[in-house]
Design a protein around this ligand. Sequence first.
Ligand SMILES: [Zn+2]
Length: 142
Amino acid sequence: MSHAADFPYPVPEPGTEPFWEGCNAERLLMQRCNACRKLRWHPAPLCIWCQHEEHEWVPVSGRGRIHTWTVITHPVHPAAVDHVPYVVVEVALDEQSDLRMVSNLVDCDPVDIVMDAAVEVCFRRHASGQKLPVFRLVHRNT
Ligand SMILES: [Zn+2]
């Protein structure tokens, strides 16, 4: 299938390279503050909780639950014409209740989405070659 355009994607900036390299290795990495030890999304030079400067990159499970979502039915970019409807989701990651990440929910019918549904990360390659983290529904008992 040919597309009139490709979706834009985030250009790695200084300080975010570990995140994007992690995606290319299909690992979801988050910054963890060296002072308060909280994880944060998205990458930032200062801790969003305590403003401390030092952090380390740590892998997270990529598992979480749907906090909220929306179904995009109107293409807002030429590349989206062949992709609507698609789902934008905010995931509350399992590691920390206030660690939330915005992404796409893939491989599902929007009518099957419910609040608090379990999801897990997977990675899709953008036309540029960069892999992007997206989520899919999973079925688990906990
Ligand atoms: Zn902190």
